[in-house]
Design a protein around this ligand. Structure first.
Ligand code: ADP
Ligand code: MG
Ligand code: MG
Length: 876
């Protein structure tokens, strides 16, 4: 079989669709070569070889032969030989996994140089400085990437040299200095590893290839994969590519760019470059790069060609591209193209713009925006009217506002996060070692680096607000502070950063809710046209209902009535009802509650006019509405001291009731329809409130669609008895008001038994709503309130992948739902069914709801737009 794929003008084996095998970089290089775009020739060793190598740490003869053949071919094409003392072929060795993992795997440039061939190179191009610049870079990269020597060991020698010669920049070092550095670097290797820097290019190449494969399992790569849910078994490909040189003087350079602005989505070429530099220099932040616009003045021909190629790449890939290029003495070479990472705002703008341009269709646009993007866009930002003390400005690298306590190390950010503390990670620059800390922090602030620096790229990828290149800051880690423009900020002081403007603000700034842009509205309307799954909301007050409706909810899937009982003005009446010793006094208390409940429903019905409103009758056990026993005991002691006898008796009575209502397992106790059956007057009051409100509004000419839902049914008789009671009351109220309303009575399916006897239950129900919170609780036998004690441990041990209360357990709970659905529909084929647990707003669970044929999901208002998008994506 084929393990090595060649690329270059007229000789390319691979193509874009072979990304799994060739990795993203290899597939992109192959596709560019196929499109006739100038790419230095090279070859890709497949991810399959990586997987095989990592198993046995060796290669089959077939692989070795194919690599050998590819090297021969590369030598022939370039008319140069590896290690040729007169005119050596130099290559880069680059990793490239299926999905891009920024900064994870390292690249070695200028491979093939030796003590002998460096002379040849110098003579050939008649530039000794250039040759030694390449050589010292190669030795240090080889030392770092392949041999695992700390890069600072080399870096500090460069700094020493610059000090010694009193120069500022690497480019000021002359041939002699670079030659000396190369010697010293070899000395570092000898000292650190105990062997000499290898002088055989074939050995160099083999070691570099092994190192790239091995780097798949370095801790940084493993962390990145975990954070991004990338499969550990994929492996990386290796690309061996002919070197081109951006460090050949002032008509040479190197850069990275995006075909459009990855931060805002604006259709404008966006990037940075450095004249007379090699690849890594731009991202490493050694010199501050220039904005791409100015390249047109310096090397116009190459710049125009670059702009053309960007257009060609977008037309071909139909998406924004992230590219790397090098210009060697005026001639442009493309070194990479991939789909550009983008912020949430830019994802939305790119998708709508590209539909307008006719580049993609609406379905594609809907898939281009991710649930996380919407989540971010709905995240808070800085109040535009807030008074801010801006202490510095950096580059706005990843939008959104973040507030937190200053920390200076990734470890500190992680430790604080474990304690539930919010932090802003402040670093000179970030490196792959900081990824865990970046994920743990609210935001990232760096002193050095540009819009394509590590912090910027990773920040955007994670959706972390990020301000980079804030050069006014000087960090003093030893004293635990940073100074900026006359301010001293200590570790654990609050700062706020705004990744959309680059502002660094002193203190804790109030953030405000985001609003939905016109572009996002467009995407969501397209999603509405595409999806078949309905989206409702969970809301129990008019404000939430109104907000959800604005965000696109098509009704209420769950209105919890108990929240209405907790209102300050109601608690006395609710308590009176609970304390009642007989039906008569209970009814008296309920009478006080009736107008208040009715008021609630009037508000909710009004804000959902014309749309269905599912109201769940009281569910929680009554003791939840009584004061805490300890509180009561304390009060009693107080009263005993002051000797207020009348009140003492009253408090004692309450304590007695609290004790008598106390349950060992309230979740499995006297709640839901059990309560409705033992105290029918409670549900009577609620139904009266619902129906009176509905009738009155109907009389005003509104269309009201009430759906009354009975909770925690497990036995069909529970439902039939309650339903009869509900209908009796509804009919009474309608007769009183002289209106007919098409109301429905349905049930929650939230006990495994209910799902299993769903055919019986369906006889009595107009609709089903899967209450997946309780269904998860009762299926697993996990108490929802106590899972934090063991679920995280289960996840670490690999017993559970996700917290089942966050991500629906399709295998268990999902299977029970399927039983409920098919049994229910076996009796009533058109029975409307939805899901109203927390899962209703979780993307994977929404996909699942679509697949198993539910009619709608219901989720909290802010998740409604996410549900609309994901529901549409489920059909595509
Ligand atoms: P990363 O995935 O970290 O970007 P790359 O393999 O893309 O790593 O390479 C790092 C840098 O080296 C990039 O700027 C790239 O353009 C440059 N580079 C890689 N191969 C070559 C080459 N053959 N000639 C010149 N520059 C190269
Ligand atoms: Mg790199
Ligand atoms: Mg790259």
């Amino acid at each position: 079989s084929k393990f090595v794929y060649f690329f270059g003008k007229d000789v390319t084996d691979g193509k874009a669709s072979m990304r799994d095998l060739l990795g993203g970089k290899g597939a992109g290089l192959a596709e560019m070569a196929n499109l006739g775009i100038p790419v230095p020739p090279g070859f890709t060793i497949t991810t399959e070889v990586c997987v095989l190598y990592l198993k046995g740490k060796k290669y089959s003869d077939e692989v070795l032969t194919q690599v050998e053949e590819a090297i021969d071919k590369l030598e022939t094409l370039n008319n140069k030989k590896l290690g040729d003392p007169e005119d050596p072929l130099l290559v880069s060795v680059r990793s490239g996994a299926r999905v891009s993992m920024p900064g994870m795997m390292d690249t070695v440039l200028n491979l093939g140089l030796t003590d002998k061939s460096v002379f040849g190179l110098a003579n050939k191009v008649n530039d000794e400085r250039f040759a030694y610049d390449c050589y010292r870079r190669f030795i240090s990269m080889f030392g770092d990437v392949v041999l695992g020597i700390d890069f600072d060991k080399f870096e500090s020698l460069i700094e020493d040299k610059k000090k010694e010669l009193k120069v500022e920049s690497d480019t000021d070092l002359d041939a002699k200095a670079l030659k000396d550095l190369a010697e010293r670097f070899k000395g570092v290797i000898k000292l650190e590893k105990g062997f000499d820097f290898p002088q055989d290019p074939k050995v160099q190449l083999q070691m570099a290839i092994d190192a790239v494969f091995d780097s798949w399992n370095n801790p940084r790569a493993i962390t990145y994969r975990k954070l991004n849910e990338i499969d550990d078994s994929w492996g990386t490909a290796v690309n061996v590519q002919t070197m081109v040189y951006g460090n050949r003087g002032n008509t040479s350079g190197t850069g990275v760019a995006f075909t459009r602005n990855p931060s805002t989505g604006e259709k404008k070429f966006f990037g940075e470059y450095l004249i007379n530099a090699q690849g890594e220099d731009v991202v490493a932040g050694i010199r501050t790069p220039d904005f791409i616009d100015t390249l047109g003045n310096k090397i116009p021909e190459a710049y125009n060609q670059l702009v053309d190629i960007c257009g060609k790449l977008e037309d071909h890939f139909k998406d924004m591209q992230d590219i790397e290029f090098t210009i060697q003495e005026g001639k442009l070479y493309m070194l990479q193209t991939r789909t550009g990472k983008r912020t949430a705002a830019s994802a939305v703008k790119l998708a709508t713009d590209m539909v307008a341009e006719g580049l993609i269709d609406k379905e594609t646009a809907v898939t281009r925006v991710k649930a996380e993007h919407i989540d971010l866009l709905l995240h808070p930002r800085i109040d535009p009217n807030a008074k801010l003390e801006v202490i510095a400005k950096g580059l706005p690298a990843s939008p959104g506002a973040a507030v937190g306590k200053v920390v200076f190390t990734a470890e500190a950010a992680e430790e604080m996060a474990e304690k539930g503390e919010k932090t802003i990670l402040v670093r000179t620059e970030t490196s792959p070692e900081d990824i865990g800390g970046m994920a743990a922090a609210q935001g990232v602030l760096t002193v050095r680096g540009g819009m394509t620096s590590h912090a910027a790229v990773v920040g955007r990828g994670m959706g972390k607000p990020c301000v980079v290149g804030c050069g006014d800051i000087s960090i003093d880690i030893k004293s635990g502070l940073f100074m900026v423009n006359g301010h001293t900020i200590k570790e654990h002081d609050y700062v706020t950063i705004d990744g959309s403007t680059g502002s660094v603000i002193i203190g804790k700034v109030e953030l405000i809710d985001a609003e939905i842009s016109d572009d996002l509205k467009k995407i969501l309307l397209w999603a509405d046209d595409i999806r078949t799954l309905g989206v409702r909301t969970n809301a129990d007050n008019p404000a939430d209902a109104g907000l959800a409706r604005e965000l696109g909810a098509e009704g209420i899937g769950l209105c919890r009535t108990e929240h209405m009982f907790f209102g300050e003005d109601r608690i006395p009446a609710v308590r009176e009802m609970i304390m009642a010793e007989d039906e008569k006094s209970r009814k008296k208390a309920l009478k006080k509650l009736l107008p208040m409940q009715k008021e609630d429903f009037l508000g909710i019905f009004r804000s959902m006019e014309g749309l269905p409103v599912t109201i769940r009758l009281l569910d929680p056990p009554l003791h939840e509405f009584l004061p805490d026993k300890e509180e009561l005991d304390a009060k009693l002691r107080e009263l005993e001291v002051s000797g207020d006898c009348g009140k003492i008796d009253e408090v004692k009575k309450v304590i007695k009731r609290v004790v008598s209502l106390k349950e060992l397992n309230p979740m499995l106790g006297h709640r839901g329809c059990r309560l409705g059956i033992t105290y029918p007057e409670i549900y009577d009051m609620q139904v009266r409130a619902i129906m009176e409100a509905a009738c009155e509004l109907t009389n005003e000419g509104m269309q009201i669609v009430p759906e009354i839902m009975i909770p925690l049914v497990g036995l069909v008789k529970e439902l039939s008895i309650t339903r009869e009671e509900v209908c009796k009351m509804a009919e009474t109220v309608m007769a009183e008001k002289g209106v007919k309303i098409d109301y429905k009575v349905g049930t929650m399916i939230e006990l495994p038994r209910a799902a299993i006897v769903a055919d019986q239950i369906a006889q009595e129900a107009d609709f089903f709503s899967f209450g997946t919170n309780d269904l998860t609780q009762t299926t697993f036998g996990f108490s929802r309130d106590d899972v934090s004690k063991f679920v995280p441990i289960y996840q670490k041990a690999g017993i559970l992948e996700h917290d089942p209360f966050a991500v629906l357990d399709q295998e268990g709970v999902g299977e029970i739902m399927k039983i409920g659905i098919s049994k229910g529909r076996s009796v009533k084929p058109d029975l409307k069914m939805g899901i109203c647990g927390e899962h209703g707003g979780e993307p994977r669970s929404i996909h699942f709801a679509h697949e198993i044929g539910l009619n709608y999901v219901s989720c909290s208002p802010y998740r409604v737009p996410i549900a609309r998008l994901v529901a549409a994506q489920s059909t595509i």
